[in-house]
Design a binder for this molecule. Structure first.
Ligand code: NDP
Length: 328
């Protein structure tokens, strides 16, 4: 019997409980590729799954963890062979399919993206699902036609994972970036990532006007709720906002005014079921579009046993940037 360490979520009488356990290889779920996991990460959704704060986990017991980078151990999928370096984000891994916080994962080959040549497994997970989602958001704004000449853009939840990567990506593309944060003490950090201006979170959490003064050409929103509603009402004529998060709430107390009077567009960003070609494009863009020293500056590493503490911290909004989890 071959076992490996895994962070397993079990159902209890009062809710759920996550703990490190020995997991038997034979109990992995079906899949045509087995991967030796080297790194995973702590995303906001992992925080919800580990703490049980939201019903992310749909099957018990569940190995948590929604993303990994590692090396193919065995494969019956035509695209993959032993030794290939791969990345996985989403597809229900860590929710309905046994997940990433484990020495091994067995998944569908169709879910995997090849690790870019110049990127290490650790760097890929420093980016993780949060960073890949930031890139999907930037790509949506570009498809809309936003360019640095069109005016400044805002990033909400800026000191978090999605926000930090979005600030760095947009700044490298030449945008003037307003970093919206509730943590004034992170101003230097955000300026180091490329923010041109720090905006106090409270500027977007007050009562929502149907139309406010036009301020930004667009933005990436990781917060949702009143913050997103205010961002929409402050978006300039013809602008666009990519909505990818809910750190401030699931609701959206807006009106149709920004859409029908200013032609503002709201793009929904989903990383979980995003089709493979767009994922591949996002990871290709991340290989060159994100400065590695900036990535290093936003990343800290932990071990598998420290995941529960990091999970509690991320749902409390206390994590700065990205947390990678060393597995292998
Ligand atoms: P983080 O916790 O790292 O970042 C979220 C940030 O939001 C915090 O750092 C904080 O930023 C801000 N924030 C937290 N609570 C509040 C609040 N109550 N009101 C206003 N701002 C708040 O999480 P991630 O960056 O990993 O994820 C961000 C969001 O994106 C999450 O909701 C996550 O579920 C979502 N997401 C969605 C994906 C998709 O496929 N659509 C994929 C990945 C993530 P600051 O301190 O700077 O204000």
């Amino acid at each position: 019997m071959a076992t490996f360490k895994a962070m397993v979520v079990e159902k209890t009488e009062t809710g759920t409980k996550a703990a490190l356990a020995d997991f038997d290889d034979a109990n992995l779920m079906d899949g045509d590729v087995t991967v030796r996991v080297e790194y995973s990460t702590v995303n906001y959704k992992d925080g919800l799954a580990i703490t049980g704060k939201a019903p992310v986990v749909r099957r018990f017991p569940m190995i948590a963890g929604i993303d990994f980078a590692g090396t193919v151990e065995s494969s019956s999928h035509a695209a993959w062979k032993a030794g290939d370096k791969v990345i996985l984000n989403g597809w229900g891994v860590g929710e309905t399919h046994l997940g990433a916080y484990a020495g091994k994962a067995r998944v569908k080959g169709d879910w995997l993206v090849r690790l870019p040549d110049t990127m290490s497994a650790r760097e890929a997970m420093a980016i993780g699902t949060a960073g890949y989602t930031a890139m999907l958001s930037v790509m949506a704004l570009e498809r809309h036609g936003l360019s640095p000449a069109g005016g400044p853009v805002a990033v909400t939840g800026a000191a978090g994972g999605v926000g930090s990567v979005a600030v760095a990506l947009l700044s490298k593309l030449g945008f003037s970036v307003s970093a919206v944060t509730g943590r004034a003490e992170e101003a230097d950090y955000l300026k180091g990532l490329g923010a041109t201006e720090i905006v106090e979170r409270a500027a977007l959490t007050g009562p929502v006007k149907m139309l406010a003064k036009e301020r930004w050409a667009g933005g990436v929103d990781a917060v949702g709720s009143t913050t997103l509603a205010n961002l929409l009402s402050m978006t300039r004529y013809g602008g666009a906002v990519a909505a990818c998060g809910l750190a401030g709430g699931m609701d959206l107390p807006t009106s149709v005014a920004p859409f029908i009077l200013r032609g503002v567009c709201l793009y929904g960003i989903d990383s979980v079921m995003c089709p493979l070609p767009r994922r591949q494009e996002a990871w290709k863009r991340l290989e060159t579009g994100l400065d590695r020293p900036k990535l290093a500056a936003m990343t800290r590493e932990i071990g598998l046993a420290e995941v529960p503490d990091a999970a509690a911290a991320i749902v409390a909004g206390q994590i700065r940037g990205r947390v990678v989890v060393k597995i292998g």
